[in-house]
Ligand binder design. Structure first.
Ligand SMILES: Nc1ncnc2c1ncn2[C@@H]1O[C@H](COP(=O)(O)OP(=O)(O)OP(=O)(O)O)[C@@H](O)[C@H]1O
Ligand SMILES: [Mg+2]
Length: 406
């Protein structure tokens, strides 16, 4: 699965002619290029713009390239951005030191355009592959855990359900027998009469049946949960399949269920669903559930960081006017997104959450799955302090030839 938005490269060099040479051919090669003329400004820009790759000069006034690299690697936000050093052809020591500091490669001046491009592309590809592995690992371990739990619950719940059926039957027979005793036994036996009163026999007779039926409702509920867990994990379904998207949304909501409840710190989040009568949609169901998961988890985060009274997530589905696609809107009344931030939300690693809380991959992956993998669209409308709406469109059928590979 490749993320093919335009890659941003940060060039760090104090010499204008060097910058110009690089700018000319990188611009032509369809990269978005940003420039810093010293180490301090490079550190600032790297943290703000989170480029996909940094080309770093060694000799600069102020903090040199080595120190800049050391600080980039020490900052959790920038430590994973690949750094390529730019050194003079003869500086073997520089090359070694740079690599020891965590740089992935070096290019030598004067620049050979083809070589520079080849090295940049190799490292961009490596980084993307690494990212995808991380995300796949995350989802597949969640999927495996969920599938494992579902499997383990399924067996015991099935025998409870099976035995409940027999228990109800036996109970019915025993009650009938009791009734016969009551008719044919002289009710003046004081021990029996006293004991019946003390245990409130008439109440027990009525309550036992109610009790069994609520146990039956309970087991049905657990079976539904198991079904949802299975739909969510869909480990067995790596193929394209025609599925009911509402099942995917509902199973994801169920997994996130505990985050919707009120706690001491957070308000309750109400989920309002307006589902249209959707046809089955041909897609990779496991991947689409991953999209729902990422967007809904973000909505919950946005509500919890902002709303004090009552959070609300509205999910609406409809078929588009041309009847060729379905549209899913997921809206929240959370903190909202400023215009500035909105430009970057689909970028890999862009996050406004504290280190450790967000990796900044959720929406980049969602975009990749919806747009590149399914030929759909993913857009966002938001107003700061009012809320955010993500709109997903998915074609009912997409030609696998025309869309990307996993
Ligand atoms: N519903 C939303 N409301 C407000 N901001 C949002 C919403 N969804 C996304 N964002 C913003 O977009 C950023 C990127 O989201 P994304 O899901 O890609 O990464 P993340 O949630 O920060 O980390 P993770 O990789 O764990 O998902 C978020 O940090 C947040 O600032
Ligand atoms: Mg997220």
């Amino acid at each position: 699965m490749l993320i093919t938005q335009q890659d941003t490269i940060l060039i760090v060099d104090d010499i204008s002619t060097n910058i110009k040479v690089l700018l000319d051919f990188l611009d032509n090669s369809n990269f978005t290029v940003s420039v810093a003329k010293n180490g301090e400004s490079a550190l600032r820009k790297a943290q703000e713009e989170l480029p996909q790759l940094i080309l770093l000069d060694v000799m600069m006034p102020g903090i040199d390239g080595f120190e800049t690299c050391r600080r980039l690697k020490a900052n959790p936000k920038t430590k994973d951005i690949p750094v390529i050093f730019m050194t003079a052809l003869s500086d073997v020591l520089d090359k070694v030191k740079g690599l020891q500091l965590g740089a992935v490669d070096y290019i030598t001046k004067p620049f050979q355009h083809e070589e520079v491009l080849a090295r940049i592309n190799v490292h961009l590809e490596l980084r993307k592959t690494q990212l995808n592995l991380v995300q796949q690992e995350k989802m597949s371990s969640l999927g495996q855990l969920v599938a494992g739990v579902a499997h383990e619950i399924n067996n015991p719940v099935n025998f409870i359900e099976g035995n409940l059926h027999h228990a109800a039957h036996y109970l019915h027979q025993l009650l009938k027998l009791l009734h016969l005793y009551e008719i044919y036994t002289d009710d003046s036996i004081p021990d029996i009469e006293n004991y019946s009163k003390s245990i409130e026999l008439e109440f027990i007779k009525k309550d036992l049946c109610k009790l069994l039926s609520s146990m039956r409702v309970g087991t049905e509920r657990i079976q539904e949960i198991v079904r949802s867990l299975r739909i969510f994990s869909r480990l067995d379904e790596a193929e394209r399949k025609s599925v009911n998207l509402h099942d995917g949304i509902d199973s994801t909501l169920m997994i996130l269920g505990s985050r919707l409840k009120q706690t001491q710190k957070h308000p309750e989040i109400e989920v309002v669903k307006k589902y249209a009568n959707l046809p089955l949609v041909e897609c990779y169901p496991g991947l689409i559930n991953q999209v729902f998961m990422n967007i809904l988890a973000n909505a919950i985060d946005a509500i919890q960081s902002f709303v004090k009274e009552k959070g609300q997530i509205r999910i609406t589905t409809e078929v588009t006017a041309d009847e060729k696609s379905v549209l899913i809107r997921i809206a929240d009344n959370g903190v909202g997104i400023s215009e500035d931030v909105k430009q970057k939300i689909f970028d890999q690693f862009f996050t406004t959450k504290p280190v450790g809380n967000g990796t900044g991959l959720g929406l980049a992956i969602a975009y990749c799955i919806v747009v590149e993998k399914h030929g759909g669209t993913l857009t966002c409308h938001s107003k700061l302090k009012e809320g955010t709406e993500f709109i997903i469109t998915l074609p009912l059928y997409s030609n696998p030839e025309e869309v990307g590979d996993i």
